[in-house]
Write a protein that binds this ligand. Structure first.
Ligand SMILES: Cc1cc2nc3c(=O)[nH]c(=O)nc-3n(C[C@H](O)[C@H](O)[C@H](O)COP(=O)(O)OP(=O)(O)OC[C@H]3O[C@@H](n4cnc5c(N)ncnc54)[C@H](O)[C@@H]3O)c2cc1C
Length: 307
């Protein structure tokens, strides 16, 4: 045993879910250990650096009402705010913020570090300690064991994660990050069923290579609101998003590549939302459709140009 401390709670994975779980338990007085593969990717925004949107915006506000940190951190780091669905009734209004990806992650880390009863451990968890049919802790890749009354798994997209890019596929949790092995296998031995969900993401491009003057500007709200009901700072200096459309020539190029596409060749089998891959489906299902809307968001926020 590496540590004599028996934690109240061990949280595996410091994504958004893990950060919120660790902060909530610690703020309620629990002694918490947050174990994550890489301290530099705490609360990393995987794809679109947005919080909220339809349905998700209401959840972030509910988390805020329950005392959570997500709304506060979004308010402190956002660079654009829009209330979606304003043309409909208030029950349909959905707050959505674009955050500065780097500031968002930094703000979460600073917030967690200010909670005295959160300890951190940087390593991959490879197994659970099971005694008398109960989970009593975790084991890491180095064989180090930590004990706790409760373990919360918030591994996100990492459990036996598989990345497909064109005709290639390889194990990975996110771009340039290893997947997590061991936990799924153990859970299955214990009688759990495991399935696979998928997500999709567009390529990142260098913002300096885009001609924004040819795009439609999508500004944030003139009077931006906030996520948190607490006294978070008002948003100043908003940045716009930009909208472009595909044309028939682009669709031709896409169709030429379909035979290399893992989705269209059936190499990806799974459940889940199509996110950014939706345009592919549209191009195939509706071959006469000539435009698909693209939203270019300031992916990384200032000062980076990754878009
Ligand atoms: C390419 C891509 C695009 C996506 N696009 C969208 C999108 O457009 N919209 C959307 O809503 N969602 C999208 N998602 C899903 C996104 O992952 C979730 O919305 C969100 O990040 C989930 O948060 P989380 O806290 O559950 O997990 P994650 O953010 O995935 O965090 C998991 C954390 O756990 C850590 N971890 C995992 N396993 C272990 C282990 N064994 N030991 C130690 N640490 C571990 C990881 O290092 C990571 O820090 C996308 C995901 C990917 C990969």
């Amino acid at each position: 045993m590496f540590s004599d401390t028996e934690y109240d709670l061990i949280v595996v994975g410091a994504g958004h879910a893990g950060c919120e779980a660790a902060a909530a338990a610690a703020n309620l007085g629990s002694q918490v250990l947050l174990v994550t593969m890489n301290m530099n990717t705490i609360a990393q925004m995987s794809c679109n650096p947005a919080m909220g949107g339809v349905a998700k915006g209401q959840i972030v506000r509910e988390i805020d009402a329950l005392g959570g940190q997500s709304g506060i951190i979004t308010d402190r780091t956002m660079i654009q705010f829009r209330m979606l669905n304003r043309s409909k009734g208030p029950a349909m209004w959905s707050p959505r913020a674009q955050s500065d990806r780097m500031r968002f992650a930094e703000e979460w880390r600073l917030t967690l570090e200010q909670i005295p009863n959160v300890d951190f451990w940087q390593e991959a968890v490879t197994g659970l300690l099971i005694e008398n049919d109960a989970c009593v802790g975790i084991r890491t890749a180095l064989g180090i064991e930590f004990r706790s009354k409760t373990v919360v798994l918030t591994n996100g997209t990492f459990l036996n994660g598989l990345i497909h890019i064109g005709e290639k596929n390889f194990g990975g949790g996110r771009a340039a990050e290893k997947n997590s092995r061991g936990i799924t296998e153990q859970l299955m031995e214990l009688g759990f069923e495991a399935g696979r969900m998928k997500t999709g993401t567009p390529p990142r491009v260098d913002g300096r290579s885009l001609d924004y003057s040819k795009m439609e500007v999508q500004d944030g709200d003139a009077n931006p609101s906030r996520f948190s009901y607490l006294d978070t700072p008002p948003l100043t200096g908003q940045r716009p998003c930009y909208i472009t459309y595909t044309n028939e020539r682009v669709h031709e190029i896409l169709r030429e590549g379909f035979e290399k596409s893992p989705m269209f060749q059936g190499r990806i089998k799974g459940l889940g939302r199509a996110t950014a891959l939706a345009w592919k489906t549209k191009s195939t299902a509706l071959p006469t459709r000539t435009v698909t809307r693209f939203l270019w968001s300031p992916k990384a926020g200032a000062p980076s140009n990754a878009t």
